[in-house]
Design a protein around this ligand. Structure first.
Ligand SMILES: [Zn+2]
Length: 286
């Protein structure tokens, strides 16, 4: 599932190559992947261009001309693939098959630009969506989301205030986008591991040191994941030889039944917390 680092990686890549290109044609291959009517979606995008691409939480927000925005949410298995000649840029969900024979069965939308380049939206499970919104719609997204964990405003005292008087499970809290935006299953498990905290703990059980450690862990894990281009496309290299490398640095996620690489004593366990598969070390997380 694409989280903050994966979304940041794809928008950074696209911002370098796709801005101001004129959209010539829009193919919607799966109607429900577009929110709102397909005809108005096509009408607004045709002859339009991307002015800027930004991220809010896990949302991709593309500014168009005329004060409209194309919003894309990748949810579980969404992928964005940009193809220009032999140059391919891919981001989002990690697909083991790496089927970049495009379009394929999972392609639900294609934007064709006047310079012959194309942008594909692929989504195996079809939970993601694309939608055109205005400034008001942007405000509605903003209202649903909490702070950006890599923003200046996310200070330790802000984090302390956020936790104050809450008894909720720590993992459920960190997954909840209305408090901190952009974290998902991978980076919550990794942050809790780094902070030596069991994912089954409740917020009111954390002492001062644990709270501080968790705060620092969240920032550290996200920064490192962005540096290594997220956990996606571990087998795939783009035209510049870049690949998502963070998968090699995961300490608990996907490591169940492996010996803990930190304490060398525990075996990583997988349980269900907050409705999600959750990995932790029973030895060195307390
Ligand atoms: Zn351990």
């Amino acid at each position: 599932m694409p989280e903050l680092p994966e979304v940041q990686t794809i928008i950074d890549d696209l911002n370098k190559v796709i801005l101001n290109k004129k959209i010539k044609k829009i193919d919607i291959l799966l109607s429900k992947i577009v929110r709102g009517t397909n005809s108005s979606f096509i009408k607004i995008l045709k002859n339009n261009s991307f002015q800027n691409i930004s991220r809010r939480g896990k949302y991709i927000i593309i500014s168009l001309a005329n004060n409209r925005f194309l919003v894309i949410h990748l949810r579980m298995t969404g992928q964005i693939i940009y193809l220009q000649g032999n140059n391919l840029i891919a981001g989002g969900h990690s697909d083991k098959s790496n089927n970049f024979n495009l379009p394929n069965r999972q392609t639900h939308l294609i934007l064709h630009f006047t310079d012959q380049s194309q942008l594909f939206y692929n989504d195996q499970r079809q939970f993601g969506f694309l939608e055109i919104i205005n400034q008001k719609g942007l405000g509605r997204i903003e209202n649903k989301l909490g702070i950006e964990p890599l923003s200046k405003g996310f200070t330790y005292s802000y984090f302390q205030d956020l936790l104050k008087d809450k008894k909720r499970n720590i993992k459920a809290f960190l997954l909840d986008q209305k408090y901190i935006a952009g974290l998902g299953n991978i980076y919550v498990d990794e942050s809790l591991f780094l902070a030596h905290i069991l994912p089954t703990r409740s917020l009111d059980s954390l002492n001062k040191k644990e709270t501080k450690d968790l705060y620092l862990a969240i920032k550290q894990v996200l920064k490192l994941a962005i540096k290594y281009r997220g956990t996606t496309f571990n087998n795939y290299k783009d035209a510049h030889g870049r690949q998502g490398n963070f998968i090699k640095r995961l300490k608990v996620y996907g490591q169940e039944n492996q010996k803990c690489m930190r304490c060398q004593k525990g075996v990583i366990k997988k349980i269900r917390v907050a409705g999600r598969g959750t990995r932790y070390c029973p030895e060195c997380q307390k």
